[in-house]
Design a protein around this ligand. Sequence first.
Ligand SMILES: [Zn+2]
Length: 348
Amino acid sequence: AQLPRCPFYKKIPGTKFVVDAFSYGEIQGITAYFLTHFHSDHYGGLTKNSTFPVYCNRITGNLVKSKLKVAEQYVHILPMNSEVNVDGVRVILLDANHCPGAAMLLFFLPDGQTVLHTGDFRADPSMESYPELLSCRVQTLYLDTTYCSPEYTFPTQQEAISFAANAAFELVALNPRTLVVCGSYSVGKEKVFLALAEVLGSKVCLSRDKYNTMCCLESEQIKKRITTDWKAAQVHVLPMMQLSVKKLRDHLARFSTQYDQLVAFKPTGWTFSEHVESLGDVQPQICGNISIYGIPYSEHSSFLEMKRFVQWLRPLKIIPTVNAGSWSSRKAMERCFGDWLSESKARL
Ligand SMILES: [Zn+2]
């Protein structure tokens, strides 16, 4: 079968670089394939047989080598927050506030242009004091536009975490024989199960495979908390697909000597069906001794967080990297960016 062509928004003009573009085969003229973070919609196409020259930071590199078995010689590890030269172009990796290892890429092109690629990110006011961003003027912004529409509002990560931790703490206080489950699909959202474990003074148990993934993240805080001994932890991490009443009932039955009820937390992003205006409105699905909470924990910017970041950065050109496939959604986003930038210009 013929591979699809690499779309323009994955290429950095004026360089021989692409970003998160591994599913198009070898791309003509490309000398460096940057990987912003270890989520499958970004690394898709990378396999143990890949020979792309991959550029990423150490955590993402650990995952690429350990999980995908890409050969060491093809994985080029770049430092965070310090300028490096890749094929004659100066590059700096910055924390993207997404999942562990997620980086934004700041390129200083030979023609003097400065380009920021956010990868996937959750914009945060703390980024407004990144010295690397304060000391330059970004002309072109490649932007994670996952939630680029005003209906996308959700609480801060800390609010979502506190909500889950409080709910778990209260349920366990009322009945110490409560098993706490947290859903996960890939790298990311570790802060949720760590907070649950911390508030309960428990370890977190995960599958052998997930345990190995966590070891790639080089976090002492995580390493201290995790185990693969299911009996030794009151917090169990399970694949998101297993968070149904039926499957959780089966899971609880395996630990019936220790526990007689189960509460599960499903950290999801924004969901239309479960969308709630505030955390106070979050209601669990309860079925007998099984309760399931959907937690609006997002690793992407809300609409207002994205707007604030763009108005602070004031780029000349914005290229959306998510929902960018259709002409109509690209046009809607362009209109939105135009409004933001003229608004921030008016204030100057
Ligand atoms: Zn991602």
